[in-house]
Design a protein around this ligand. Structure first.
Ligand SMILES: Cc1cc2nc3c(=O)[nH]c(=O)nc-3n(C[C@H](O)[C@H](O)[C@H](O)COP(=O)(O)OP(=O)(O)OC[C@H]3O[C@@H](n4cnc5c(N)ncnc54)[C@H](O)[C@@H]3O)c2cc1C
Length: 364
């Protein structure tokens, strides 16, 4: 008989886990709180380490087929002056392509790899230290908490852990810019404000705006009025899907990622990070690849321990790097912002490559 697993959450981490477990011969149930797949207007950049993990899970080709490889990436001032370029060609040559996808399309594509339908409208709850769905205890050889930053499953592994606020907010959307769609991934740095443009397929652009107040994120056209024209073009274009606003948060280091028996955390449930390095989904996928690898060669309790040992320090390192990057990039004080720009201009490509290597090199 096949071993059984319950995966909680149908985001990137949960879907990738379920795909990989099915390939290992497990019988998998995916529970998702939302009543239907989410269609938010949002994109995602999958860095080479994300693509490498997807390859191990067996879903890279499908994701490549819906993605847009990045060929150039620049950082500019609010008025459009180039501050620096990222060495995308060198990164691609060393580590493989960086692919931008529409989030809803990514989750739809991953879902299509599953043999059993996702159980939408199923919320995992915790009562007296037990995991319950619809009032019934969850059973199975393995329970994977892929339920995001506000994870319920985490409570039975570590007790209650609250996310940390950063004092920053983000709005994001996908716009149909047609023939005006810029071909270059661009991040604009202002004072206390940032704006990103990421080309997707089909003449769509994914944009994100990082601000220091919720009100500024809720009114991006006013907040970014007068910025370089591709920013204003993206905001004025027809928006595809909703444009959600959220507080940027991350998680402090947890005291454990598994309960020693049958329950483990992956993705944001274990190590939610700020989006400044574009690494949240990549680290989630690295978790999944490592967990599957361990489950393929050891009984569940040993596999969970080996998984945590393999992944934890690397993910925690990226959480702290990402938090620091956000503080620097979001500098509000004019002097600090000028220093930030000068430092970015003066950093040679080889130093940038060394910084990227700490995240993109495969872990031993
Ligand atoms: C503005 C922004 C931009 C980002 N950009 C990038 C990027 O470019 N590249 C990148 O790699 N990362 C990026 N990230 C990070 C990335 O989005 C996350 O790290 C990634 O989506 C985490 O996936 P996950 O599956 O762990 O969690 P989630 O995507 O949060 O999925 C969790 C799922 O669990 C469900 N759920 C929650 N609670 C329950 C429950 N009790 N019962 C059942 N289901 C439940 C939720 O409904 C949800 O579907 C960005 C994040 C933000 C905020």
């Amino acid at each position: 008989m096949s071993p059984t697993a319950t995966v909680v959450g149908a985001g990137v981490a949960g879907l990738a886990t379920a795909i990989g477990l099915e390939r290992l011969g497990w019988e998998v149930t995916v529970l998702e709180r939302a009543s239907a797949p989410r269609e938010d207007g949002a994109g995602l950049t999958l860095w080479p380490n994300a693509m490498r993990a997807l390859d191990a899970i067996g879903a890279a080709a499908a994701v490549r087929s819906i993605g847009m490889p990045a060929s150039r990436a620049t950082i500019r001032s609010a008025r459009g002056r180039e501050i620096t370029q990222l060495p995308i060609a060198e990164l691609t040559a060393r580590y493989g392509p960086m692919i931008a996808v529409h989030r809803a399309e990514l989750t739809r594509t991953l879902s299509e790899h599953l043999s059993e339908p996702i159980r939408y409208g199923s919320t995992m709850a915790v009562a007296s230290g037990k995991l319950l769905v619809d009032g019934r205890a969850v059973s199975g050889t393995l329970i994977v908490g892929a339920d995001g930053i506000d994870s319920s499953v985490r409570e039975v592994v570590t007790g209650v852990v609250h996310p940390r606020q950063t004092g920053q907010f983000a709005a994001r959307g996908v716009a149909r810019t047609g023939s005006m769609t810029p071909a270059v991934t661009t991040e604009y740095w202002g004072r206390g404000l940032r704006f990103g443009l990421v080309p997707l397929r089909d003449e769509l652009i994914y944009w994100f705006a990082a601000t220091r107040t919720r009100a500024a994120a809720e009114h991006p056209l006013e907040t970014f009025a007068g910025w370089h024209h591709p920013v204003v073009d993206a905001l004025e274009a027809r928006q595809v899907g909703s444009t959600p606003v959220l507080a940027l948060q991350d998680l402090p280091a947890l005291n454990a990622w598994h309960d020693g028996r049958s329950t483990a955390l992956v993705g944001d449930a274990a190590h939610a990070m700020t989006p400044n390095l574009g690494q949240g989904a990549a680290q989630a996928l690295e978790d999944v690849a490592a967990l599957l690898d361990e489950l393929g060669s050891a009984p569940v309790p040993e596999a969970l321990a080996a998984y945590e040992l393999h992944r934890r320090s690397r993910a925690e390192y990226v959480v702290s790097r990402s938090r620091l990057a956000g503080r620097v990039a979001q500098a509000g004080n004019p002097l600090t912002a000028s220093l930030r720009d000068a430092l970015a201009r003066a950093t040679p490509a080889r130093a940038l490559l060394r910084q990227f290597a700490t995240i993109l090199e495969p872990s031993p």
